[in-house]
Write a protein that binds this ligand. Structure first.
Ligand SMILES: [Zn+2]
Length: 202
């Protein structure tokens, strides 16, 4: 992928939309931002790289506008999420995983499109955050997890000027076309949004 030949081929294949051309320009202009393994978008996070099969290289927000945060629950533990994200056959990964004690792993750079919502357009415009635990176990959603995740979301919203509301911070279950139910009925949205609004973003 890349180079003038690919651009022409893509054009011939019908990629005529203005957005697509803008994206190809970023790819072929030599203006890709450098990305270094281990460089993080969220201070204090631990870098645990997902397999490159589970995300797509991009230049967000130059090529795609980022205007959504998608909240997930793993249906498993923190280690389970990291293990499947590293598996090239899993075909999915989120940008972050939050542990019950509040510890955060970043697994995909925010520049890149992580395959987390089951909807290509939504993946292109969103940051995905996984939370350790199960949708039917409300005790899994600890105070430390809410506070830590809210600070992460607050910083994301500040970075991309995303409004802090339920139209822009959404459940995986609300993504069009998905059959997933997470984070489920026990996720306390009122509390979460309040924590996001109150969180320090510096
Ligand atoms: Zn999910």
């Amino acid at each position: 992928m890349g180079g003038a030949g690919a651009l022409v081929a893509a054009g011939a294949a019908g990629y005529a939309g203005r957005d697509e051309i803008r994206r190809w320009w970023w790819r072929t202009s030599g203006r890709e931002r450098p990305r270094t393994d281990g460089v993080l978008d969220h201070p204090g996070a631990e870098w645990v790289a997902a397999s490159s099969a589970n995300w797509r290289r991009a230049q967000r927000p130059d090529d795609y506008t980022v205007d959504r945060v998608v909240i997930h629950v793993v249906q498993g533990g923190y280690g389970d999420a990291l293990r499947v994200f590293r598996d090239p056959l899993h075909e999915a990964a989120a940008h972050y995983v939050v542990r019950k004690d509040g510890h955060i792993a970043q697994t995909v750079r925010e520049l890149d499109v992580a395959f987390h919502s089951g909807n290509r357009r939504f993946n292109e415009r969103s940051i995905g955050i996984e939370h350790e635990g199960y949708v039917d176990r409300p005790g899994d959603f600890t105070d430390a997890m809410y506070v830590s995740s809210a600070r992460l979301t607050a910083r994301i919203c500040a970075r991309y000027r995303i409004p802090v509301d339920r139209a822009h911070i959404v459940a995986h279950s609300e993504v069009p076309g998905t059959d997933h139910t997470d984070p489920g009925p026990h996720w306390d949205w009122g509390r979460y949004l309040r924590l996001v609004r109150e969180a320090p973003v510096s």
